[in-house]
Design a protein around this ligand. Structure first.
Ligand code: GDP
Length: 287
């Protein structure tokens, strides 16, 4: 596995989710990164909450390819007891759509006698704190690039009879598929020291050449696209990553590309399709 990622153990998270299921759970919200919905999902959550209605929230849709987001929404909406919506965590109106979707998933719940109990989970950096803050209309959760650890379950009252529970601990990404590791690394979801930036940049170039070649050419002023290595080198030249003697510092080129991708400067891009993800999962299961 090219990504050397050893996240903290998840015993506390696992227990907290189990406790919530036992205490009463009507809808599970899994927050996903719209640029990599499949790779940013953690199957542990599904395993611990089987049988509960599920709302997939594709966040950061402002950074993702709109057509691909539609394909992912259709993919999830076709699954039983599942609904999917796409949003930007900072936007108020779509965040309210989330409440409506929960009501549709559990129409028997609501009101003070039978409150709606919703669990919200997502891998670090997916935008959970931002979304919670938008939903409550003030700063309730810590946001930032560093994952914050909350020790106890948070109960957030969104409306009378509508409770959102935020579990303590971390739902770390699971990397059982090489492509998912690359996509998580490219998106900024895993620690910088856990991967080789050059390797991740080369994988990103391969994806971009396949579906977004024009964006790559336009952003870096490349008249043509050669091999993945040649593209990375050309990006380095354009970004002044050449050292005396003419060689290109490939890690600097990689940083430039990854930085631009994460900031959305290459335009709206989605790294994976539902079909690709299914094929990778199948190949991993066959191994
Ligand atoms: P958490 O670790 O899941 O709580 O993630 P945060 O809420 O702290 O967000 C992580 C980063 O993603 C922050 O820099 C946010 O500003 C950014 N972010 C969150 N939601 C969105 C979104 O919908 N679009 C964009 N472009 N950035 C977002």
């Amino acid at each position: 596995m090219p990504i050397h990622w050893f996240p903290g153990h998840m015993n506390a998270t696992r227990q907290a989710i189990k406790d919530r299921v036992k205490a009463g759970l009507d809808v599970v919200i899994e927050l996903l990164d719209a640029r990599l919905p499949g790779s940013s999902s953690n199957p542990l959550l599904a395993a611990l909450t089987t049988g509960r209605p599920s709302l997939k929230v594709l966040n950061k849709q402002d950074l993702a390819d709109a057509a691909q987001t539609e394909a992912w929404l259709a993919h999830y909406n076709a699954q039983p007891h599942t609904r999917a919506i796409a949003l930007d965590a900072g936007d108020k109106a779509p965040a309210r759509a989330l409440i409506k979707a929960c009501r549709e998933l559990a129409p028997q719940r609501g009101g003070l006698a039978k409150p709606m109990r919703v669990l919200i989970c997502g891998i670090p950096n997916v935008g959970k704190s931002t979304l919670i803050n938008t939903l409550v209309g003030r700063r309730a959760a810590k946001t930032g690039d560093e994952p914050g650890i909350t020790k106890i379950e948070q109960k957030i009252v969104l409306e009378d009879g509508f409770y959102l529970f935020d579990t303590p601990g971390m739902l770390w990404p699971r990397i059982s598929i090489a492509q998912s590791g690359y996509h998580l690394a490219a998106s900024g979801a895993i620690g910088r020291n856990a991967f080789d930036e050059e390797e991740v940049a080369l994988e990103l170039i391969a994806v971009l050449k396949g579906r977004y070649a024009d964006r790559l050419q336009e952003r870096f002023g490349l008249a043509e696209l050669g091999s993945d290595d040649a593209v990375l080198e050309a990006i380095g030249v354009k970004r002044g990553a050449k050292i005396r003697g003419g060689a290109v510092q490939m890690h600097k080129a990689a940083e430039a590309l990854l930085g631009d991708f994460r900031a959305g400067l290459l335009g709206r891009i989605t790294l994976e399709t539902p079909d690709e993800m299914a094929a990778w999962r199948q190949a991993a299961a066959d191994e």
